[in-house]
Design a protein around this ligand. Sequence first.
Ligand code: DGL
Length: 269
Amino acid sequence: MIGIFDSGIGGLTVLKAIRQRLPQYQLLYLGDTARTPYGNRSSALVCQFTEQAVNFLFQQGCELVIVACNTASAEALRKLQQEWLPSHFPQRRVLGGIRPVAEAVAETTRFGRVGVIGTRGTISSGAFERELHALRPKVVVLSQACPLLVPLVEEGWQQRPETMKIIRHYLRPLKLKKIDALILGCTHYPMLLKQFQSVAGKRAAVLDSAQIVAEKLEVYLKRHPEIETKLLKGNSHRFLVTDLTDIFTQNAQRWLGQEIILEKIVLPA
Ligand code: DGL
């Protein structure tokens, strides 16, 4: 089974992209809705929450976990892969969204001027910058935290003029520096793709991180048959959350475009 972890339900954008590209695999989604959002939390707490969630998904039988949450990927993934996984689940794998997106951008940016937007945690971690520089040392990275955008998407304000105004405000410094690629480094931002495209202008390619994660996962599975052959096939996906309210269910169904049942679970500490 492939596990998909997010701080809440925004990670359904990643699940949707994975399901479209790789419909044969059974998916288990876990959204930590009791503790969402992660974006303004300390790195130590994000690491602790992420470890608990990944541990839970492995215990449910996932061979591979995708950390869809950019904040968790940026702040916890490397530590998890290097310090926790080898001693706890050496045969399993945990992958995130930062590296694949950095690879896609490093391959495609023409002028090497890359804008990155995300939560405060993602931006202050410098994770995208680190990965991009490791791949293309001369790339210029311009980062901008956009803490107002997650609540606007959760309120369904994508089409509102207020949202456009805030997007213009956040992207202005990046446009002034003439970026030619923009990384949407947050689970919620693919839901504002058109808005980002219209504000960023023709010069900048806006990259849908959810799509890239799905594409790179397909490549990864082709390269790693030892993992791929262990994955459960099927389409009775389950959606687990650590807190359940009507608004979580409404948003989950709206974003996924179908009726789903969210199941409340208790995440062992
Ligand atoms: N899932 C988070 C991310 O992609 C956004 C929501 C949050 O702050 O928890 O960074």
